[in-house]
Design a protein around this ligand. Structure first.
Ligand code: ACM
Length: 762
């Protein structure tokens, strides 16, 4: 009797526990990009070695992909027979309108995937994979029952990679394609040729491999560093045609089309180094070792056209997609202006000017590429001088190019620097790895709308989609590429795939937390600024405190003595921290178990005499460089020593700046320091001189002259003026603009920018 009772309890427990594992362990759906419609149902499907994966032969690529995934990643050899009760079935459904759409239905006994095409089925599988646990050792995996009906918002969903500034292995290119495919991107824009290297094997032109694929050395540090330094090491490489075929096949199995970019007429110095006859002077040049825009461009001669047509002949054999990208951006006309040949051609062809000649160049190449059954894409400069008849425009310098092209009934792809340049900084943290400049945080990417508001509904139909660009001047390794690309490309995937009315950013970031674990498993070096600490100096009637905050009010721990915060020694942040002397504040976010989950936040607060006082500025700073407002100049916090895009620096374009600081009462002044940015590569120049006047002052000297700004060779230019026995209630500072940017520098002929950070009065 006793033993029956025991057995009964055991049976009850066994069935109940089994129910527990199957019913309750299935993970919550956290799919990125979020599907159009998702209905969660009762119960779970159990994926196991009893599951068979079957379906229409049309879906064989996808079925094999899913089988390999379950075998390699989940260590499950799914059932090879089709009579199993527990199955995943793929079937064609022509009722589904969208070519890439799908319906994924998960029930207790079966999973059905319906789509019109195998692309749709592949995207259903990508959603299904995100319903599986991140870590698996079990032989039975519960999957939440649900129904998803899904389709993309945009037909063009692209990610770009520049392999010319830095070169990456075939394995990495495959990894990159794998990741973007899992995010439902369908296009990889492969930027293969540049001033600094030619990376695609062209059999007819062996010197492209021998000469153009290698540079003598590479710039180290930032372009703006003065003096610039080079590593003295030969650098380069190229992809063989066999490797390219292998990558194209790999991509096609993931429904990713590759668009190769062969730049013309600019960004072509490497090819001209190999074949000087392609340039306008015929003189030898070297493969570029520095970054920037170069005067050496193709000459629009018959020799060049023959070369480019031969190149295109080999390129079209390798890439089955419909598009060839021909670049067209940043092609200075200096050489064309001084070339007798080009000037004669302009007259002969009755062209307006050098822009007309560029249009002639692109149109002629378009005709050739069209004759091969392909279409061209070009950067928005191809609009200048007249757009080639069938071209698609990639709008990168803002959205104006997209608006103009769509109004001219041309297809457009949006890649504006403001939202799609993943080579820009993603955090204002001083400790971020070196990047080209700019500032593009995750949330801004997430909130991007690829349809410019200037377009009517009909014109908006010409917007095919958008693309994230990854220019790699500052990405020496594939790890760095991953850091810069993700998670911003994850946010963009949702912009491109999900409905315009998708969930808000907070919902995205909560799903991103799960996604990060998937990325950990795949060993992807993504950036994590989710819990980044934000700091703010508060001034309550002269009492200064410093506020720290994070997303979701995480546990912040800090120190004020310059030491690194650790879980055991640092203070736990509760209320704003009192600041009454020079303070170095360092903070980090820790999890409940003591793991660091944020980058280090550090700031130095220098309580000088202008902090918390009133300031007037004329003119206003430029809207793009005014994040901290005018008080940023006297808040006791220094902007970055390396960058000018944070909220401490104020930028003024081409104008003289006048500043008045009101110190309230007669205040003794011993020194005034000012910090100017001097990033000449970015058109930023410290002023040559500054004038300081005092209002309501008393001192020995009355008439102060302009003070020259010296030590102008570094990225930061500091002015430090000392005074004796001066008392003043107001300080007036006049900062004349540097003036025109000189010959030989980036931005020549434009007026310089002035960037000012802290004005320190002691
Ligand atoms: C570009 O960023 N030059 C297209």
């Amino acid at each position: 009797m006793k033993s029956y009772l025991f057995l009964g309890i055991l049976c009850f427990c066994f069935f109940n526990c089994k129910k527990q594992t199957s019913e309750h362990i299935a993970i919550t759906p956290d799919i990125i990009p979020i599907p159009l419609e998702e209905e969660i149902k009762e119960g779970t499907f159990i994926l196991s070695e009893n599951t068979s994966i079957i379906g229409d032969a049309k879906f064989n690529t996808v079925i094999n992909y899913l089988k390999s995934y379950t075998k390699d990643q989940l260590l499950l050899n799914t059932n090879t027979t089709s009579n199993s009760k527990n199955k995943i079935t793929f079937s064609i459904d022509n009722q589904i309108k969208h070519e890439e759409g799908y319906i994924l239905n998960i029930e207790k006994e079966s999973i059905t995937i319906k789509s019109k095409t195998d692309k749709g089925a592949f995207y259903a599988v990508q959603s299904l994979l995100q319903l599986l646990p991140v870590k698996n050792e079990a032989k039975e995996i519960p999957i939440q029952c649900l129904t998803i009906k899904d389709e993309p918002r945009f037909q063009y969903r692209g990610m770009h990679l520049d392999v010319a500034r830095h070169f990456y292995s075939v394995d990495f290119i495959k990894k990159y394609i794998d990741i973007i495919a899992s995010l439902k991107y369908n296009t990889f824009h492969w930027h293969l040729t540049e001033d600094q290297g030619w990376r695609i094997e062209i059999k007819k032109y062996p010197k492209l491999q021998e000469i153009a694929a290698f540079r003598d050395e590479t710039l180290i540090g930032h372009y703006n560093d003065q003096p610039q330094q080079f590593d003295g090491k030969k650098y380069g490489g190229y992809y063989t045609q066999e490797q390219i075929k292998d990558i194209v096949k790999y991509a096609s199995e993931r429904f990713v089309t590759i668009i190769p970019e062969i730049e013309m007429p600019g960004h072509s110095q490497a090819a001209i180094a190999a074949y000087p006859e392609l340039g306008c002077t015929g003189k030898p040049v070297k493969v570029a070792t520095n970054w920037g825009v170069f005067d050496e461009v193709y000459c629009p001669s018959e020799t060049t056209f023959k070369f480019l047509e031969d190149v295109i002949d080999e390129v079209v054999e390798l890439f089955p997609g419909k598009y060839i990208h021909i670049g067209g951006d940043e092609a200075p006309k200096t050489k064309w202006k001084s070339s007798e040949f080009c000037q004669k051609l302009i007259r002969e062809k009755n062209l307006k000017d050098e822009e007309g000649l560029q249009s002639y160049f692109i149109t002629r190449m378009e005709k050739y590429i069209n004759s091969k059954g392909k279409q061209i894409i070009g950067w928005d400069e191809i609009l200048e001088g007249g757009l080639a008849p069938n071209a698609t425009v990639m709008s990168w310098r803002g959205t104006e190019g997209a608006v103009k092209a769509a109004k001219e009934k041309h297809n457009v792809i949006l890649t504006p620097t403001s939202h799609c340049y993943f080579d820009y900084y993603q955090s204002e943290n001083e400790n971020e790895p070196l990047a080209i400049g700019g500032f593009l945080p995750l949330e801004k990417v997430y909130n991007f709308n690829p349809i410019p508001k200037e377009l009517t509904k009909d014109e908006a139909k010409y917007v095919l989609g958008a693309q994230g660009n990854v220019w790699t001047e500052y990405m020496e390794t594939s790890d760095k590429v991953e850091y810069m690309t993700f998670p911003r490309a994850i946010a963009l995937s949702e912009v491109l795939w999900s409905s315009e009315n998708r969930k808000k950013y907070v919902n995205f970031t909560s799903r991103l937390l799960t996604f990060q674990q998937r990325f950990n498993k795949k060993d992807i070096n993504y950036a994590n600024h989710l819990y980044e600490i934000k700091g703010e100096l508060l001034d309550q009637n002269g009492k200064l405190t410093y506020k720290l905050s994070t997303k979701d009010n995480q546990k912040v721990m800090y120190t004020v003595d310059g030491s690194l915060p650790t879980y055991t020694t640092a203070n736990t942040y509760v209320n704003p921290i009192h600041i009454n002397s020079l303070t170095t504040l360092k903070a980090k976010v820790f999890s409940e178990t003591g793991d660091e989950i944020s980058p280090l936040f550090s700031t130095k607060i220098n309580l000088h005499k202008a902090v918390g006082k009133k300031i007037e500025l004329s003119p206003e700073p430029h809207a793009s460089y005014n994040a901290g407002g005018k008080n940023a100049l006297i808040n006791g916090i220094y902007g970055s020593n390396k960058r000018y895009g944070d909220k401490e620096w104020l930028g003024f374009s081409g104008k003289d700046v006048n500043i008045t600081i009101d110190l309230d009462s007669l205040t003794p002044i011993n020194s005034i320091k000012m910090r100017f940015h001097n990033g000449n590569g970015q058109w930023i120049y410290a002023p040559k001189k500054v004038k300081i006047d005092f209002v309501a002052y008393s001192n020995e000297k009355t008439n102060l002259d302009f003070i020259p700004v010296k030590n102008r060779d570094s990225l930061l230019c500091n002015l430090n003026v000392k005074f004796k026995d001066i008392k003043a209630s107001k300080v007036h500072i006049n900062i004349p603009n540097y003036g025109m940017i000189p010959e030989g520098k980036q931005g020549v002929g434009h007026k310089a920018w002035t960037f000012i950070d802290e004005i320190i009065i002691n």
